[in-house]
Design a protein around this ligand. Sequence first.
Ligand SMILES: N[C@@H](CCC(=O)N[C@@H](CS)C(=O)NCC(=O)O)C(=O)O
Length: 225
Amino acid sequence: MEKGVKLFKTWSSPFGIRIVWALKVKGVQFEQIDEDLANKSPLLLLYNPVHKKIPVLVHDGKPVVESLVILEYIEETWKQNPLFPEDPLERAAARFWAKFGDDKVMPSIWEAFIKGREEEECAFAPAFENLKFLEEELKGKQFFGGERIGIVDIAFGWLANLVPVFEEIHAIKVIDEERFPSLYAWMQEFSRAPLIADCWPPHEKLVNKFRAIRDQSLLAAAPHA
Ligand SMILES: N[C@@H](CCC(=O)N[C@@H](CS)C(=O)NCC(=O)O)C(=O)O
């Protein structure tokens, strides 16, 4: 059996970077394999035949897929530096917020980013409704996890990482200091935390990548003459 920990990811994936952050917080050594999703490797297809997506964590030759599931696996396998709270009710709440992020917050922001027009805030109205819940949840706390980074911070890390990219491309403010003061402060704290900042993808490279994705999508949606 192949020993060790391997992570199949891409340099820019918000799902992949969650796993990098969690392994770093736990202090687990791992090998990173950056996939080209236009030409997926035979190993990725072997390890994730159902979804054929990254991230995939391979531990001692056995794959674990789906980023939120991988985070749970990491927590159960490496007990040091816990990411989840101890209390069962608080653990349930953490799982709820992480799922809310992927089910509601992410699609609403992505939809507005891809389809909304530049400098047009109203495209983000459904996203603002979702972000209000996060603002409430964070009120009075440094991190979702309290005084230290926990599972919900890691699950929402993409907000801190990608929203500034989307804001630059759209020339608007989505997580505005006045509208979302707690979320805004959290974004600064989270992105500055050393373990997190160490593996932050370059902002300009992300802007170029996501601008190209948006341009391509707008072109495909445009009515043909
Ligand atoms: N729900 C999945 C989503 C993973 C995902 O969408 N990965 C993208 C990259 S960001 C992917 O591998 N896409 C390849 C494809 O759709 O063919 C998770 O949380 O792991």
